[in-house]
Ligand binder design. Structure first.
Ligand SMILES: [Zn+2]
Length: 251
């Protein structure tokens, strides 16, 4: 059966001299793995070799029980990626694509997640060249990662201590908060001894995580701290560190 969809390429590997195996995140179908026969030939039916983060309308033949679908058409839209942008933006987008590939299931539709992913790619590549650019990208990336976790049903609990339900109070300077991956959220000082995997958070990071609307206004140091916590959490979830994570943390 031929299926039409709007899709973003989140993974592409060479299969042969002329063909690729590509993973798309499609708006209606969810994640699909497909073989793109002849995609590397000079005159391919897919507007040239398929690259990660390219997007547009696809037509594919459903795999019907087999692992790979067959891609028959890919009308690529102009690239979202700002080719004159900085490398950190590209790393952030590739990191997001890697998470989409590793955290979603085949043929599990998430149209809103598709929209959030596309919006993230657009916004990250539209930033103006300012001194704060890296901060802006980190803020977008953090919010995207939390949206992704939310959409796949494993949203971390950030409004209160997961264990005793005490709400995080911004004004209360005594409050010291921790993040525990095993608890999937914030843990208060009273409860932290029971969670050996906890990571202590600065006040700035605690405020941001418990009130996500603060994230776009936070300083770069706080956002880096939060991203480090998220990478740790994602590493626990996936059982290994995402490949692109080091490029995000090192910069
Ligand atoms: Zn507690």
């Amino acid at each position: 059966m031929l299926t039409k969809d709007l899709a973003i390429c989140i993974r592409a590997i060479d299969y042969s001299e002329t063909s690729q195996i590509v993973t798309f995140f499609a708006k209606a179908a969810g994640k699909i793995d497909a073989i793109a026969k002849g995609s590397k030939r000079p005159k391919s039916p897919f507007d040239g070799p398929i690259e990660v983060l390219s997007y547009g309308n696809i037509v594919f033949v459903d795999s019907a029980g087999e692992k790979l679908a067959t891609l028959t058409e890919f009308q690529q839209q102009p690239t979202i990626i700002n080719l004159h942008g900085n490398l950190f933006v590209l790393y952030a987008c590739l990191f997001a694509a890697e998470l989409m590939s590793n955290l979603t299931h085949d043929y599990d539709p998430h149209p809103e997640l598709f929209d959030s992913f596309l919006e993230f790619l657009h916004n990250a590549n539209q930033q103006h060249q300012t001194n704060n650019e890296q901060r802006d990208i980190l803020a977008l990336l953090i919010l995207f990662q939390l949206t992704l976790l939310n959409e796949i049903g494993i949203q971390p609990i950030l409004s209160h201590c997961v264990n005793c339900k005490t709400r995080y109070e911004i004004r209360d300077t005594r409050y010291e908060y921790y993040f525990s991956s095993s608890a999937n959220g914030l843990i208060c000082r009273d409860c932290e001894p029971s969670f050996p995997d906890k990571i202590r958070l600065t006040k700035g990071a605690s405020v941001c995580l418990s009130s996500l609307k603060q994230i776009p206004y936070s300083d770069e140091k706080t956002l880096k701290e939060i991203e480090k916590v998220l990478v740790h959490h994602l590493t626990e979830l996936l059982g290994r560190m995402p490949k692109m994570a080091k490029h995000i943390l090192e910069n």
